[in-house]
Write a protein that binds this ligand. Structure first.
Ligand code: ADP
Length: 681
């Protein structure tokens, strides 16, 4: 049988080294939710993916090539074995014919003279043999056909009339004692054998050759040597034809995978992708540079906007906030992120002014905001009111289309407060002017009343003197006259002191016993207390120190506080109680000791009104009130270096209290002022 020459099966396949891929670290992409951060190596992804795809396709092509080569080889082996079987069968048949001839010679039925004309010889020459030779043991030719062929040197190889080398078949002749053996040799044309046994389709598929051990071609279906890249297979033709091989070389050439069209296309594709990646990288770099520049610019802009004292607000055409700067957000005590995206009503609108704010918003959205800006009131998150000045302007995009409204906002709270303070000061000045005028009027009135009161007192005294010695005057008349004189005298004193107070003269301070002052004040209101059915309780400490004060003025304070308490409880059902409490107090050694007097009642209370409100001149809730009582009381107490305050009583109702120092800080002044005191009489 034939054998396959080692290493001759197929052309060597060279596998190119696989490209080394540097796979970038897996980028963390979040497609949903937060925005995707594009990794810097994104530009290389298409190239890397393309390399992977191309690598995969090349691997597949190589596998396909291997499979094709294997299939081709198996088919070629099968064809070679089939052809070899046919050829050896043919040669075996010829050997059998040669054996018949040898048997005839051996049995002496065929002599050298009859050899040439023997039918087996002639038939063999006609059929297949080129020549047939009968050789003796000594190698001498006993017979040879056809005679024109030169038998010399044609033992093994000789050009046949087909133009190719011939092969030979030989059968040994058995020797005998009377006759030596020999050799019967039939030469045949290898080319003819190939021509006869190789079908056309096989010849078109393979280059078929018969070769000997030395690789010399005996016969072939084609001329010329075998190509380097051809796949081939050899099979031995022995024992019919020892030392001869049948060789099939495939005409179909399987191109190496790396020389196929897909590989060329993929390489072109890779080139394009590489070019595109380079351009993408350039583009990404320029985008990245632009983005960095934009970020820097945005940071600058944000820093500038945040450093502005002016708030900035942008709204779309629906009124939705699309941008607010830090200043604006700070104005209302919120974060910009809280505000962006909100639609009216805004959380910083004053709850009591929602309708007004909405009307103003609709006006602004209609493009009718005042050109010179408008004032508005917003509410800070902590509740305080922020006064702002808003200047609206259209917000247009790059195409010049209006997409909303842009507003700059100035916080004018301080300015408004300043204006309010100035307005109050103006009012206070005007009020003071009125008070001054009123003081002048009161002073004049007191001056004018002084004379009639003195006259009443004098007439009353004269009348009492005249009537005191008479027995026909009833006692109640005398008492009434006496009481009338006391009241007139009291009125004169009050008018005198008030006049002194209004003419800014210092009060006539003297050590006074508050027990007496308070009792005297309550005594003056005896009738009112009785009429209102009020129960008055005095809780005066026994060891109350004397205070340096004008007893008449302090008495007026007590009278005013008790009368107010009576008035407050006048219409109410249930018990009506007034409690007057006095005690000495010394908060600290460094603080001047003082006496605190409080007047509390069981009335309706102060309804949250502060002492400042209650003591404001002309503040009154009474239909016939003047609203000057508490104002004068506070002035009197402050004139004595004390303080007046008002609060809700722990037992319900109101509590007014005043404190007076127990030492005279201004005794010298007091003495000086004694000389200035005008005698009302
Ligand atoms: P007038 O007595 O003329 O109203 P006042 O200055 O004495 O003026 O009092 C001012 C206001 O203070 C009163 O109208 C009243 O509303 C309130 N007021 C004073 N004392 C009391 C009290 N004991 N209880 C409740 N309200 C009081």
């Amino acid at each position: 049988m034939g054998s396959l020459t080692p290493g001759a099966m197929a052309s060597p396949v060279s596998v190119p080294p696989r490209p080394t891929l540097s796979v970038p670290p897996q980028p963390r992409l979040r497609l949903f939710g937060s925005p995707v951060r594009v990794p810097a190596s994104l530009w290389a992804w298409p190239l890397i993916l393309s390399l992977l795809v191309v690598g995969g396709v090349m691997f597949w092509l190589r596998s396909q090539e291997q499979a094709s080569l294997t299939a081709q080889r198996e088919e070629m082996i099968s064809d070679a074995l089939s052809l070899e079987a046919q050829m050896t069968g043919r040669l075996d048949g010829e050997l059998a014919q040669l054996g018949i001839l040898a048997d005839l010679i051996d049995s002496r039925r065929l002599t050298p003279q009859a050899f040439d004309a023997h039918p087996v010889v002639l038939d063999g020459l006609r059929r297949f043999w080129v020549s047939v030779t009968w050789l003796s043991d000594a190698g001498r030719i006993q017979a040879h056909q056809p005679e024109e062929a030169d038998p010399v040197g044609a033992t093994r190889r000789q050009l046949s009339n087909d133009g190719g080398l011939t092969g030979h078949l030989s059968v040994s002749l058995a020797g005998r004692t009377d006759r030596p053996g020999g050799l019967l040799v039939a030469r045949f044309s290898a080319a003819a054998l190939l021509r006869e046994k190789v079908p056309w389709w096989l010849a078109s598929k393979y280059d078929i050759r018969m070769v000997d051990d030395g690789d010399d071609v005996i016969a072939a279906t084609v001329e010329g040597p075998r190509d380097e890249g051809q796949a081939w297979y050899r099979v031995s033709l022995g024992p019919s034809l020892p030392s001869a091989w049948l060789e099939l070389a495939s005409r179909e050439r399987i191109a190496p995978w790396w020389r196929t069209l897909p590989v060329a296309l993929m390489l072109g594709f890779l080139g394009l992708i590489a070019g595109a990646s380079v351009m993408l990288r350039k583009q990404m770099r320029s985008v990245s540079r632009a983005e960095e520049a934009w970020r820097t610019e945005a940071a600058w802009r944000t820093a500038m906007e945040d450093s502005l004292a002016v708030g900035i607000r942008a709204r779309d055409l629906d009124g939705r906030l699309i941008y607010v700067n830090k200043t604006m957000a700070d104005m209302v005590g919120r974060q910009p992120e809280e505000l962006v995206g909100l639609l009216p009503p805004m959380p910083y609108w004053v709850p009591d002014e929602l309708d007004q704010s909405m009307r103003r918003h609709l006006r602004n959205m209609a493009g009718q905001a005042p050109r010179g800006g408008y004032e508005s009131r917003w509410q800070h998150r902590d509740g305080h009111i922020v006064e702002v000045m808003v200047y609206e302007a259209p917000l247009v995009d790059a195409q010049g289309v209006q997409i909303g409204w842009m507003a700059s906002i100035v916080n004018i709270t301080e300015r408004k407060q300043l204006e309010e303070r100035e307005r109050r000061q103006m009012e206070a000045v005007a009020h003071q002017a009125r008070l001054t005028m009123l003081g002048e009027v009161a002073s004049t009135l007191a001056h004018e009343l002084n004379q009639p009161l003195s006259a009443i007192t004098s007439y009353n005294t004269g009348l009492l003197n005249a009537l005191s010695g008479r027995s026909d005057v009833p006692e109640p008349v005398l008492k009434a006259l006496q009481r009338q004189g006391e009241q007139a005298g009291q009125a004169a004193r009050i008018v005198k002191r008030i006049r002194e107070f209004l003419t800014r003269r210092e009060p006539q301070r003297e050590p006074c016993d508050l027990h007496e002052v308070i009792a005297s004040g309550v005594g003056l209101l005896k009738r009112d207390i009785a009429r209102h059915e009020v129960e008055v309780s005095l809780e005066l400490a026994d060891d109350l120190p004397r205070v340096i004060a004008d007893p008449v003025l302090i008495e007026q304070v007590v009278v005013n506080l008790v009368r107010n308490a009576c008035d407050a409880m006048a219409g109410q059902e249930g018990p009506r109680r007034i409690r007057i409490h006095a005690e000495a107090s010394c908060a600290a050694p460094s603080v001047t000791p003082f006496v605190r007097v409080s007047v509390s009642d069981s009335g309706p209370g102060l309804h949250g009104q502060t002492v400042a409100t209650l003591c404001a001149p002309f503040f009154t809730t009474k239909s016939d009130g003047m609203g000057m009582g508490l104002a004068i009381c506070r002035s009197i107490i402050e004139l004595h270096y004390g303080a007046l305050d008002a609060s809700e009583s722990p037992s319900g109702g109101a509590m007014f209290a005043f404190s007076l120092p127990t030492t005279d800080a201004d005794t010298d002044n007091d003495n000086d002022n004694d000389n200035d005191t005008e005698n009302p009489a």
